[in-house]
Design a protein around this ligand. Structure first.
Ligand SMILES: Nc1ncnc2c1ncn2[C@@H]1O[C@H](COP(=O)(O)OP(=O)(O)OP(=O)(O)O)[C@@H](O)[C@H]1O
Length: 274
């Protein structure tokens, strides 16, 4: 997209966004509430009109994308089809019928770990299982591009890890994914690149390890000495720790070496103290 603009009531919610997402990558769009992530994603999905700029998704302008283009796109919305009276298998089979070359619904259930729930109705599933069903519905059409809007909100830690592994298997199958998330650890785990957006503008695009100059940031060494917690920011933590080790007879008490996390640099970028 180039110069994407979307305004509501004369105010630009998306204010001139340039962004390229590569085939086969997982790209995470990060930003505070109201930054313009959902608006951007909805323009890309063809669900929202734009007020300016050029956009091509799989080579097609979403404003004019037809059935064939739509069949190549999968969408996992924030709230899905979990309340249905139909069973998981019935829902998937019905959804698959809309696509020219769908995945086998049984295979999809296996992929998302819901094989045992094939005959269960949507409304009897737990929150995490419903999200899996949402993903299953998003991928049954074998999309080349999958949009995931805050996919793991409300998951327990184990379910999140299982979900991440599902997303990685989809990447291995060649699916390009655009993810929005408020979980920085999720972005770090999954994304090949992240983009930070605030007030409708893109602040930076980088691999997670390099965002906000993270790769060059000093390490913080901390330890306890004479009953006090001490810290030292250093570009040469190995030499510094070697120096500490020489000063202490045994273990350096409570020794830790920390680098800024993705959350630290993100909060700094959006102007919040970490
Ligand atoms: N249909 C609408 N009508 C008017 N204003 C809207 C509409 N949709 C979004 N906005 C405004 O546009 C801005 C961007 O909203 P958007 O939903 O894209 O943000 P977001 O980054 O997805 O936020 P969140 O993290 O809370 O989901 C906000 O100020 C929001 O109030």
């Amino acid at each position: 997209m180039r110069g994407l603009v979307k305004s509501y009531g004369g105010r630009n919610a998306v204010d001139g966004l340039d962004l390229d997402i590569r085939r086969g990558e997982i790209f995470a769009l990060l930003g505070p509430n109201g930054a313009g992530k959902t608006t951007t994603v909805e323009v890309l999905e063809g669900y929202r009109s734009r007020d300016g700029g050029q956009v091509a998704v799989l080579g097609v302008d979403p404003a004019t994308g037809g059935r064939r283009w739509r069949a190549d796109i999968g969408i996992v919305l924030q709230s899905g089809a979990g309340d249905s009276q139909l069973t998981c298998l019935e829902l998937l089979t019905a959804q698959a019928a809309y696509y020219p070359d769908p995945r086998d619904p049984h295979e999809v259930l296996e992929l998302v770990g819901l094989t045992e729930k094939a005959g269960a109705r949507g409304r009897s599933l737990s929150g995490g299982q419903r999200r899996r069903l949402d993903v299953a519905l998003g991928i049954v059409g074998k999309p080349a591009l999958l949009f995931l809007d805050e996919p793991t909100t409300g998951f327990d830690p184990e379910a999140r890890r299982q979900f991440w592994s599902l997303i990685r298997s989809l990447r291995e199958l060649g699916t390009t994914m655009l993810l929005t998330t408020h979980y920085l650890d999720e972005a770090e785990e999954l994304a090949d690149r992240v983009g930070v957006i605030t007030a409708g503008r893109l602040v930076e695009v980088a691999v997670p390890a390099e965002l906000g100059g993270r790769g060059q940031a000093p390490a913080v060494v901390s330890w306890t000495e004479d009953g006090l917690r001490r810290t030292e920011a250093t570009q040469t933590p190995t030499a510094f720790v070697a120096g500490l080790a020489a000063r202490f007879p045994g273990e350096v008490p409570d020794l830790a070496v920390a680098r800024p996390t993705l959350e630290d640099v993100y909060l700094q970028m959006i102007g919040q103290p970490s």
